[in-house]
Design a protein around this ligand. Structure first.
Ligand code: SDX
Length: 427
């Protein structure tokens, strides 16, 4: 029973008492579920003030710039853990013992190959297709190959589908890249780490041995950790909505990929690098900052701002440090990093950004690292989708485990009242 309550009084009618529910951390929520039966809806386009579900997976404190996965701070996970261990934690709620981790890692490793027929499906796309279009299509099509794990009401099916998705996304992602550059696909290898296997499938060729640079392997693993999950963001909410109808997991993850592709969401990393390339030199920054502040100009600083973070995105801090690490390891000096750091400095001292609490987010530095690693900007969001698959699966599983109702919001209708139909078409 909730101790706290709010009372809603509507123009003289009897007051309605609503429970206030309290979580472990974060804001309390008003339980408005009974309002519908009283003929009232709440109105919240973009869900700026709506808690769509109860979850135990990830907690974000936007004001303090805190991100916890099952209670573990993101900077500690990025520094001391690895992506597959973070996957285990997100999916199971606790850190694995060595035995549990070895079994988990072996299961993921042994399912990285995809059905050979999928290579023919993939080759139906144009070579110049955007890799996200291919990734979205192929992921949804996995349902056509894995009929034995589509009954979402069977827990074992959900588990098999989860492992298949976690294992095969790097293989599909690398195939999207290889196909776009006309190189042969590289099969996954069971002797490599998750991140190392992805780099090998991306950059190995039949002509010579590809040596994995351990600094780049560690940087890629850290990038995957930083993108693994992020509470009820647009793409995760999309996966939950698709899953609420009982849709199969491959269709739900494909829906998440489609939502992530938008430049306001996961597509921001690609858009941010293009923006930095367009700015090109520090002296051009004021002109772009001016445009970002101009309400008549649709231009926004990509990689800046966040619906939840009104402080530094803790992932951006780790990403910036990783950026310096990778560039130092490669002995590279990227002028775009200079532009990014100067842009960050100028924006963080500009009243417009200060008043609106706009800070760099996870997408601000990731593009510079990926570009330095030789990855084209069209693949940036594909890598984001690959990393976020575990978060989408964790929320999809939680929704099924907790029991769910189909997501069916209502609306504020402002269209025509009923009127008689007469056609204007000539008889
Ligand atoms: C991700 O939700 C998640 O958790 C997402 C994510 C995840 O891990 O899943 O963290 C990943 O998507 C990160 C965000 C990546 N997107 C971008 O970098 C694109 C640029 N950012 C903006 O489009 C924007 O900041 C959003 C979409 C991220 C957030 O927008 P909101 O919360 O709807 O905020 P808003 O649009 O209402 O902006 C508030 C004000 C507005 O000005 P006013 O109307 O008050 O005068 O801030 C301004 C906006 O114009 N503003 C910006 C800006 N972002 C917001 N102005 C210039 N440049 C920007 N980037």
């Amino acid at each position: 029973m909730a101790d706290k309550k709010v009372t809603l009084t509507l123009n003289g009618e009897a007051p309605v008492e609503l429970d206030v529910l309290q979580g472990t951390l974060g804001q309390d929520v008003v339980d408005v579920r009974s309002l519908g039966s009283k003929g009232l809806f709440t109105f919240d386009p973009g869900f700026t003030s709506t808690a769509s579900c109860e979850s135990k997976i990830t907690y974000i404190d936007g004001d303090e710039g805190i991100l916890l996965h099952r209670g573990y701070p993101i900077d500690q996970l990025a520094t001391h853990s690895n992506y597959l261990e973070v996957c285990y934690i997100l999916l199971n709620g606790e850190t694995p013992t060595s035995e549990q981790f070895e079994e988990f890692r072996t299961t993921v490793t042994r399912h990285t190959m995809i059905h050979e027929q999928i290579t023919r499906l993939l080759q139906g796309f144009r070579r110049d297709s955007h890799p996200m279009a291919v990734m979205c299509g192929v992921t949804g099509a996995l349902a056509a190959f894995y009929h034995d794990s589509l009954d979402v009401n069977i827990e074992r099916h959900r588990e098999i589908a989860a492992f298949r998705l976690l294992s095969k996304m790097p293989t599909v992602a690398a195939m999207c890249y290889k196909y776009s550059i006309g190189q042969p696909f590289v099969y996954p290898r069971n002797d490599l780490s998750y991140a190392g296997n992805f780099l090998h499938m991306m950059f190995a060729t039949p002509c010579e041995e590809y040596k994995i640079n351990p600094v780049l392997e560690r940087a890629m693993d850290r990038i995957l950790i930083l993108h693994a999950d992020h509470e009820q963001n647009a793409s995760t909410s999309t996966v939950r909505t698709a899953g609420s109808s009982g849709a199969n997991p491959f269709a739900c993850i494909a829906a998440g990929i489609a939502s992530l592709w938008g430049p306001a969401h996961g597509g921001a990393n690609e858009a941010c690098l293009r923006m930095l390339e367009e700015i090109n030199h520090k002296e051009h920054i004021p002109e772009f900052v001016k445009r970002a502040k101009d309400k008549n100009d649709s231009f926004r600083l990509m990689g800046f701002g966040h619906r939840v973070y009104k402080n530094y995105d803790p992932r951006a801090t780790v990403m910036r440090d990783t950026c310096h690490e990778v560039l130092n390891e490669l002995g590279m000096k990227d002028d775009l990093l200079e532009v990014a750091m100067e842009l960050e400095h100028i924006a963080l001292n500009d009243p417009y950004f200060i008043e609106r609490k706009l800070y760099p987010n996870v997408d601000f530095y990731s593009g510079i690292i990926l570009k330095a690693m030789g990855i084209p900007s069209s693949m940036f969001t594909v890598i984001f989708a690959m990393a976020r698959t575990v978060g989408w699966i964790a929320h999809w599983k939680e929704m099924h485990d907790e029991g769910m109702k189909i997501a069916r919001p209502r609306q504020l209708y402002t269209g025509y009242e009923q009127r008689e139909f007469t056609s204007k078409l000539s008889k």
